[in-house]
Design a protein around this ligand. Structure first.
Ligand code: IVH
Length: 670
């Protein structure tokens, strides 16, 4: 039968969109812009609207389907979903391998080492290459049918690529990126909702939503690391299995290392533990697997745990300790930040003696009281937080519930908490604590990066009444600096030089440095790009800010409010008089080091996010391209770089490693 041209176009669009999803979510290296992607989706939607008879369940337009009614249906796992036995030390890993050697070993064995993703185990069923069903692990024998919610995860292929087997059940983990987790919690806090305790809880909570639209809105990700069943295909090794899953378009667990012998396997485990905090997602261990499938089968399982694999679990990033006191500090935007003062405890090698309690809502929800024993958690470079109270250990008689003070601990003016806001604020314009925090923040790395102006000196300058706001910094003389305690002649000169250099920082850094409530790095970059000068931004109202820069109403209102205040207008005037640049770089005709060059980034960077790397390159004048062409000046290739790296090599476009990129950025910043 001849194929109808509309059906042909629809099929082609679905294939293209599927491939772009794969590039974006799996390879992390999109080849088209978001706008181009949206255009493909729009075209597909329009065709399907005109021809509803051609809509199929595996169309990318159908990812977010109907709301489930009632609870999730139960799904039986035909092949049980196994779990893993744990090892908590090198000794336990070696004991495990001695048993493997005793049972099947006759020399050095091959092992694979993968990160142990801290998410939610799931099984994905494909029939004739189509995604038909997905289930949670449950108790390993019976899980819950979360098909509709899994479909909402963009990284999940609805159709397999290449030659699809009649039946494939892949197994893996649904997880949430750390940055998505932080964003989700921020939004929840703003809406007065409770925070999720970990990315894992957030992922589980999101996947088990009855409304797939919520799952879709929470940016879940997916990794696969095993097959439950596959018809008509067999594998000799685990590495081969993963390669096969990758070729079918499934997002295979990142960074699998194939090694010989237990020494190398243990070294790989340690490497993962060291890299743990630089990864964009949470891992709680490394999984060692015997590579040979024949040996795996020989080894079999004890109960639910296969003998051929072991999870080396990293030292916990949680510990219990006591709350000695609850104090409040005042942030640079006036936010009142309740903080638990803890009996010092070592968590993952770092001594923790303070933990954030976020705000009154969170304290109420967790019911944290002075004297309580609490579980404290540390993750990456974020401030440690109190996860929960160990109620069984609450002192008797019970301590009183804790409530926020009525007055600012620094300036004594009343604390204000507006309706609907989770945070309370000190709104006094001349609060000394706010002044100090604003100076410290202005000088910090993410803002104006003023070397030598740290916390102590900032406090001293404010307390000596030499500096009241950030513009005053530029009026400080060497003599005044020398009066400061322990500031040597040389340090004073260096600081004056650093201050001078900071006058040329890009506009977005200055905006970050002004401590405008709700305005972060990303928002500042967007505003700087849209308005190009402080004057243009300062004369816009909230509506225009929101419209022109595409920022949300909360940020827009806060920015407009900031510039409407007369003391801030005065601040801008004095910054201008001091010679601080208030326009976008390059608008004054000054050439930038990477002007006219186009960079393409691919693969995963270890030391920063893709967005941060792009922003740093843009500040030096570079353009960021999405595809590698003859016009591309440089390709920056991170770990697991894919097709773009190959293309760059083919076109002989220079390729930089992450180290080379960092070296260049450092050189330009110097
Ligand atoms: S293999 C038969 N590989 O850890 C072995 N599991 O504690 C099946 N997990 O239920 C699991 N990352 O949810 C394997 N790279 C990885 C993993 C991984 C995370 C989870 C999985 C499993 C649990 C066991």
């Amino acid at each position: 039968m001849e194929q109808d041209p509309v059906a042909g176009e629809i099929a082609s669009l679905r294939t293209q969109i599927g491939q772009h999803n794969y590039r974006y979510f799996v390879l992390d290296s999109p080849e088209i812009t978001d706008a181009e992607y949206d255009a493909l989706m729009r075209r597909l939607r329009a065709l399907e609207e005109a021809h509803p008879e051609l809509i199929t369940a595996d169309s990318p337009t159908q990812r977010v389907g109907g709301v489930a009614s009632g609870d999730f249906a139960k799904v039986e796992h035909r092949v049980p979903m196994l779990s893993l036995s744990n090892a908590f030390s090198e000794e336990e890993v070696r004991t495990w391998e001695r048993r493997v050697q005793r049972l099947v070993g006759d020399g050095t064995l091959e092992y694979t080492v993968e990160p142990k993703i801290d998410g939610l185990a799931i099984a994905l069923h494909y029939e004739q290459g189509r995604f038909v069903r997905g289930a949670t692990r449950g108790d390993g024998l019976v899980g819950e049918d979360v098909t509709n919610n899994l479909r909402a995860i963009a990284a999940l292929p609805l159709r397999l690529e290449g030659e699809a087997p009649a039946y494939l059940e892949a197994r893996g983990e649904v997880y949430m990126l750390k940055r998505e987790f932080a964003r989700l919690n921020e939004r929840r806090a703003e809406a007065g909702e409770s925070r999720f305790a970990s990315p894992r809880n957030a992922a589980a909570g999101s996947l088990r939503q009855l409304d797939p639209a919520i799952t879709a809105s929470r940016a879940l990700r997916l990794f696969v690391y095993a097959v439950g069943r596959v018809d008509g295909v067999s594998f000799a090794s685990h590495a081969e299995t993963l390669a096969y899953l990758g070729e079918r378009g499934l997002p295979v667990v990142t960074g699998m290392r194939l090694v010989e012998g237990i020494d190398a396997a243990w070294a790989a485990c340690q490497a993962w533990e060291r890299e743990r905090e630089t990864l964009p997602f949470e891992i709680d261990g490394a999984v060692i697997k015997v590579n040979s499938i024949a040996l795996q089968q020989e080894l079999g399982a004890v109960g639910r745990d296969p003998r051929w694999a072991i999870a080396y679990k990293f030292a916990a990033l949680q510990a219990t300790t006591q709350v000695c006191d609850i104090m409040v500090t005042v942030g640079r935007t006036g936010s009142i930040n309740p903080t638990a003062v803890l009996a010092p405890v070592v968590i993952g090698g770092v001594t923790v003696s303070r933990a954030t309690l976020h705000n009154q809502n969170e304290i109420d929800r967790k019911d944290v009281r002075i004297g309580d024993t609490v579980v404290v958690q540390r993750a990456g470079d974020v401030i440690p937080e109190v996860v929960r109270v160990v109620l069984e250990q609450r002192p008797q008689p019970e301590p009183a519930r804790w409530v926020l003070p009525e007055r600012c601990p620094s300036c004594g003016s009343p604390i204000v908490r507006e309706q609907g806001e989770a945070m309370a604020y000190c709104v006094a314009a001349d609060c000394p604590a706010q002044r100090e925090e604003r100076i410290i923040h202005f000088a910090s790395r993410g803002a104006m990066n003023i070397d030598g102006l740290g916390e102590r000196l900032a406090q001293a300058l404010v307390r000596a009444a030499l500096v009241r706001d950030v513009a005053d910094l530029y009026a400080v003389s060497k003599e005044q600096l020398l009066q400061m305690d322990r500031l040597a002649d040389k340090s004073a000169d260096n600081l004056l030089q650093a201050l001078e250099a900071s006058k040329n920082r890009p506009l977005d850094r200055l905006l970050v440095g002004l401590s405008i409530r709700h305005l972060g790095t990303k928002g500042a970059e967007t505003l700087a790009a849209a308005f190009r000068s402080i004057d243009a931004l300062a004369s816009a109202d909230a509506d225009e800010i929101s419209r022109r820069a595409g920022v949300g109403p909360v940020i827009a209102a806060s920015v407009a409010d900031f510039f409407a205040r007369s003391h801030n207008q005065d601040l801008l005037r004095r910054l201008r008089e001091a010679g601080v640049r208030l326009e976008v770089d390059g608008d004054d005709g000054q050439a930038l080091p990477l002007d006219g060059q186009e960079f393409v980034l691919t693969g995963r960077l270890g030391s920063m996010t893709r967005g941060e790397a792009e922003a740093a390159l843009k500040r030096l004048g570079a353009r960021i391209g999405s595809a590698v062409t003859r016009k591309t000046s440089v390709v920056v290739a991170g770990e697991d770089a894919g097709s773009k790296l190959a293309k760059a090599q083919k076109l002989k476009v220079p390729v930089w490693t992450e180290e080379e990129l960092l070296a260049r950025l450092r050189a330009e910043a110097a």
